[in-house]
Write a protein that binds this ligand. Structure first.
Ligand SMILES: Cc1cc2nc3c(=O)[nH]c(=O)nc-3n(C[C@H](O)[C@H](O)[C@H](O)COP(=O)(O)OP(=O)(O)OC[C@H]3O[C@@H](n4cnc5c(N)ncnc54)[C@H](O)[C@@H]3O)c2cc1C
Ligand code: FES
Length: 286
């Protein structure tokens, strides 16, 4: 066997690993959680990643698109992707038969600097599909609970029917090692909803945060970023203690095509996790 046969430097970075969808868990309309097992020729090898990283998923014969890994690396063997059906690739993905094969490249991106976060409080603020990458960080911290101080999740959705991972998150309300604050924008009279009502920033009234030993991780729609950043800055968070997961159009995922560039940064290599400090130095970023 040539010494380069299994050498990652010599492998084509665009070749996806064969992977099988092992379970599909419907979430809310047009959003499904795909549990995927990635196959390696080396049977002992497992897919490792950091919370906040993403993969390129390909539907064979259709195309590929980037998706945040929604599961925690503490659960080895499978990855979970929470996908919104929106276009070409996602439409084809939703039409695949059970147990279908897909391709996975990655993991890509920097991910959250989890070692740096250790020993601090963590405040996770998510809106809508922004819960997908933050769920990975949430479960990572809960599975390594002794390494972190207080863990607070604030998650907002339009209404109860739009809340991703609703039952999983509602089950956190009973736990004492995480403060889980869930809110919906507006309550429909007919809906049974016992948590908060109001935009996600209204949840800041229910927490007492020390900005000096807290990191905030934020992900959600663009409009949410502005209001959450205002709240964090009002509470004197340092700009490098605010971490944001950002999405940009991506093609290669490996710093070759330039599609994801913001100023001099490649979102696929330098991101998708940026500090607010990075953002203000790259004005087009947020
Ligand atoms: C780092 C990163 C992480 C991401 N993580 C996730 C994730 O966890 N989950 C997730 O669901 N997505 C995620 N995305 C977004 C996802 O990659 C895009 O939605 C992707 O373009 C979908 O591919 P597609 O071929 O299905 O859509 P395309 O056909 O390429 O459509 C792309 C865009 O065209 C528009 N469009 C197409 N069809 C419609 C339509 N019917 N209605 C309205 N607009 C339409 C939309 O603006 C859409 O975003 C991520 C993106 C990045 C860069
Ligand atoms: S996606 Fe090609 S350079 Fe980032």
């Amino acid at each position: 066997m040539s010494k380069h046969e299994n050498c990652s430097d010599c492998q084509n970075p665009y070749t996806p690993h064969p992977a099988r969808i092992i379970r599909i868990l419907p979430q809310i309309p047009d959003h499904q959680l795909f549990q995927i097992h990635i196959r390696f020729e080396d049977q002992g090898k497992v897919f490792t990643y950091r919370p906040g990283q993403f993969v390129m998923l390909s539907v064979i014969g259709v195309g590929e698109a980037p998706f945040s890994i929604s599961s925690s690396p503490t659960h080895e063997g499978i990855i979970e992707l929470c996908v919104r059906r929106i276009g070409h690739v996602t439409d084809a993905l939703f039409r695949l038969p059970p147990k279908a094969m897909v391709g996975i490249r990655g993991p890509y991106g920097n991910g959250f600097p989890v070692e740096k976060l250790e020993g601090n409080n963590l405040l996770l603020v998510a809106g809508g599909l922004g819960m997908a990458p933050l769920r990975s960080l949430l479960w990572y911290t809960l599975d390594n609970r002794s390494k972190f101080k207080d863990v607070i999740l604030m998650y907002g959705a339009k209404n109860p029917g739009d809340m991703l991972f609703k039952y999983e998150l509602l089950s956190l309300l009973d736990r004492t090692d995480v403060k889980c604050l869930l809110t919906i924008d507006k309550k429909d009279e007919s809906a049974i909803w016992k948590a908060h009502v109001g935009v996600v920033t209204t949840l800041f009234d229910f927490v007492d945060i020390d900005p000096n030993d807290t990191y905030a991780a934020v992900c959600g729609p663009e409009v949410m970023f502005k209001f959450v950043l205002d709240e964090l800055l009002k509470r004197n968070f340092a700009k490098d203690r605010i971490l944001m997961s950002l999405e940009r159009n991506m093609h290669c995922g490996v710093g070759k095509c330039g599609h994801c560039m913001i100023g001099y940064k490649y979102t696929c290599l330098d991101g998708p996790i940026f500090t607010y400090w990075d953002a203000i130095n790259l004005p087009e970023m947020v």
